[in-house]
Design a protein around this ligand. Structure first.
Ligand code: CTP
Ligand code: MG
Length: 232
């Protein structure tokens, strides 16, 4: 089945604080977005790419990325929305008609390995409607109330920190986004969470340490170090 790659890349990057949209910020000489597109297409499973670009920058983003695509892969770039959910929704609306499986991948998880895209797509092709990569958590997590009072300490062994690429059948993901909008939800950052809300099972498969999200300045140091070590 044709596999579409949706890349939300429209965020402002406020926590990174580099004065430009985060997806356009460079590590190792290339923008986070270019790294993310390269990894996704290097998986060999992606037939089309739709990027949700920072508002007003669709044209420049298109020319930045088109040279990264393998021959025959389709590229569309749309203006993103005010929330990640809105950006994904805008990109979904531009998927080519033949796409049956959708991988949603944050530009900010720019170093996710190509094999992770292939693993997620294979799990969806194997019959799961919704598949997300996840890793065990290293810190103990506390649920707290508004004054910092601890409400609960969930058993860490049952928790996973989830990553992207997240994979879905197109039908399930579109229905999940449609139902979210109908409920009035417009700022849910996790696509799998929207799918859970419509009662569809979601499977977690093993994630990868290099699929971490560049969120804060320290993450840039880590990304630079990973790229240096990859260059051997
Ligand atoms: N994203 C998006 N549209 C938005 C907000 C976020 O497409 N309105 C994308 C980001 O570009 C990023 C991914 O969603 O690739 C994950 O979001 P996050 O890490 O929170 O990035 P930002 O929202 O840019 O960062 P911050 O929350 O610190 O402002
Ligand atoms: Mg954000």
């Amino acid at each position: 089945a044709a596999v579409g790659l949706v890349i939300p890349a429209a965020g402002l990057g406020e926590r990174l604080g580099v004065g430009m949209p985060k997806a356009l910020f460079a590590v190792g000489g290339e923008s986070l977005l270019v790294h993310a597109v390269r990894a996704g297409t290097a998986s060999g499973v992606v037939t089309s790419v739709v990027v949700a670009a920072p508002m007003g920058q669709a044209a420049s983003v298109h020319s930045m990325i088109e040279r990264e695509l393998p021959a025959g892969a389709a590229l569309r770039v749309v203006d993103g929305g005010a929330t990640r959910q809105a950006s994904v929704r805008a990109a979904l609306a531009e998927l080519p008609a033949d796409v049956r499986v959708v991988l949603v991948h944050d530009a900010a998880r720019c170093l996710a390995p190509a094999a992770l895209f292939a693993d997620v797509a294979a799990a969806v092709a194997g019959g799961d409607d919704a598949v997300v990569p996840g890793l065990g958590v290293v810190d103990t997590l506390k649920e707290v109330g508004p004054l910092g009072e601890v409400i609960a300490t969930p058993d860490r062994s049952r928790l996973r920190a989830v990553q992207t690429p997240q994979g879905f059948t197109r039908e399930i993901l579109e229905r999940a986004h449609h139902e979210a909008l109908r409920r009035g939800d417009n700022d849910v950052s996790d696509d799998a969470g929207l799918v859970e809300r419509i009662g569809c099972p979601v499977r977690v498969i093993p994630g990868h340490a290099e699929a971490f999200k560049v969120t804060r300045p320290l993450d840039v140091e880590l990304a630079e170090a990973v790229l240096t070590s990859r260059r051997g």
